[in-house]
Write a protein that binds this ligand. Structure first.
Ligand SMILES: Nc1ncnc2c1ncn2[C@@H]1O[C@H](COP(=O)(O)OP(=O)(O)OP(=O)(O)O)[C@@H](O)[C@H]1O
Ligand SMILES: [Mg+2]
Length: 399
């Protein structure tokens, strides 16, 4: 079934087109709109619907050409079928120059329509429409409750969102004790439940209403306690699939209970951050979870985050790595006051603290970007080191 949208200010024309489309049984229309969209609106529409084919009325040619160029730009490979009431050879020639190969004139003929669909199918088979989606999906998995997973997920998501051109979503999937909404002081907002309920009909209008916006970050909190409502793994996959088209990064805070939908999230994730603390029970559970994930062929995605690490630890990082059988990816200082202050203010940990800098570093590592200023800072340290040594040498020579 070809996935298509119709863009036509002529409502009568799109009704007739929809009729012949349903008769054909070979095309599924996800959306019909009655105006020409431009710039951001068009981009959002195309990302949300990800059509393989756009049936475009060319009634107002300059506007139609703008849409055509937008489709080429945002969805390379997506095929455009021009539709019109008349059949002006000069217009047809213009469209050919613009790369449009298919044209349907009203009244529509079922045989001509079927032939068009066959050609489109063949073309798309050879060169599929490319939807620009992100693979930056990150699951944050507690080894044990209270290890600090939500704190890390929230701060890493904010650090990712603050990077240039890095639209980021944070979803709280800890349905029993999700705290992200509380941590950000969100009130009267929609939650993951509403998003899951609507997962099969999400579009560019529903989505902005569902997510809460905190500075540059979009958030879907866990919301009310509701033991009756379940989230289905399929809903989860649809939700992530949709979000992949809208965001550069998607961070998902999990409960650690390994529910079916959590496993689905981890299947979708590029990295699974397993959060632990340097304590025996937590490390024991971290090892169990790592083995479970390895058994599901997800072991190579796991990156261990060691939270609340101390300067003089009872258990060293090396011992932790030996125990878990995986390297510690990153460590986060124990800074109760810093985390407490952030909670009270309903925002991220201060950027100018050691813990704040560690969250920044995680945000950049997640996006595989180098952190601005780090090179400059290390160069400065290097030079400082040398100037100290230079003066020391001078002193020594003098003596
Ligand atoms: N690096 C840290 N330094 C000091 N305290 C921390 C740190 N990280 C988290 N905490 C504190 O630990 C507690 C648990 O944190 P958080 O809610 O983030 O953990 P969690 O693993 O998500 O817990 P839950 O199982 O309830 O979801 C909170 O009181 C938080 O303020
Ligand atoms: Mg939590």
């Amino acid at each position: 079934m070809l996935r298509a949208v119709i863009i036509s200010p002529d409502v009568e024309l799109s009704t007739r087109l929809n009729e012949i489309i349903s008769r054909s049984g070979r095309v599924g229309v996800t959306k019909t709109i009655d105006r020409y969209l431009v710039s951001y609106e068009l981009e959002r529409f195309l990302r949300a619907n990800a059509p393989q084919t756009v049936f475009l009325s060319i009634e107002q040619l300059p506007h139609a050409i703008e849409v055509l160029q937008g489709v080429e730009h945002y969805l390379p490979g997506c095929q455009v079928v021009a539709v019109d009431r008349g059949c002006d050879p000069a217009v047809l020639l213009d469209l050919m120059h613009l790369g449009v190969r298919e044209y349907l004139a009203f009244p529509f003929d079922i045989n001509a329509f079927m032939a068009t669909v066959s050609r489109l199918e063949e073309l798309l088979e050879r060169k599929p429409a490319q939807v620009d989606t992100t693979d930056n999906v990150f699951a944050f998995l507690p080894s044990k409750a209270g290890a600090g997973t939500s704190t890390i997920a929230l701060n890493a998501a904010v650090a990712a969102a603050n990077q240039p051109d890095n639209h980021t979503l944070l979803m709280d999937l800890d349905l029993n004790s999700g705290l992200i909404g509380f941590m950000l002081k969100l009130e009267n907002v929609y939650t993951i439940y509403e998003a899951a309920e609507n997962s099969n009909k999400l579009d560019e209008h529903i989505w902005p209403q569902l997510v809460a916006n905190v500075s540059k970050l979009d958030v879907l909190p866990a919301g009310r306690l509701d033991p009756q409502t379940r989230i289905d793994p399929i809903q989860m996959r649809q939700l992530i699939g949709f979000a992949r088209r809208f965001y550069r990064a998607i961070c998902i805070d999990l409960s650690g209970n390994m529910e079916k939908f959590s496993l689905e999230v981890m299947q979708e994730a590029r990295k699974i951050f397993l959060v632990c603390t340097p304590e025996i029970p937590t490390l024991h559970l971290a090892r169990q979870k790592f083995h479970l994930l390895s058994g599901m062929d997800l072991g190579d995605r796991v990156a261990v985050l060691l939270n609340r690490s101390q300067k003089r630890p009872l258990i060293t990082t090396q011992q932790i790595e030996q125990l878990l059988g995986v390297p510690v990816y990153m460590e986060f200082s124990n800074d109760y006051r810093g985390v407490h202050n952030a909670l009270t203010a309903g925002r991220e940990v201060e950027i100018d603290t050691e813990l704040g800098r560690q969250f920044q570093a995680l945000g950049y590592a997640m996006m595989e970007r180098s952190q601005p200023g780090r090179l400059a800072a290390s160069k400065k340290k290097f030079l400082e080191y040398f100037s100290v040594n230079a003066s020391t040498t001078t002193e020594l020579t003098k003596a």
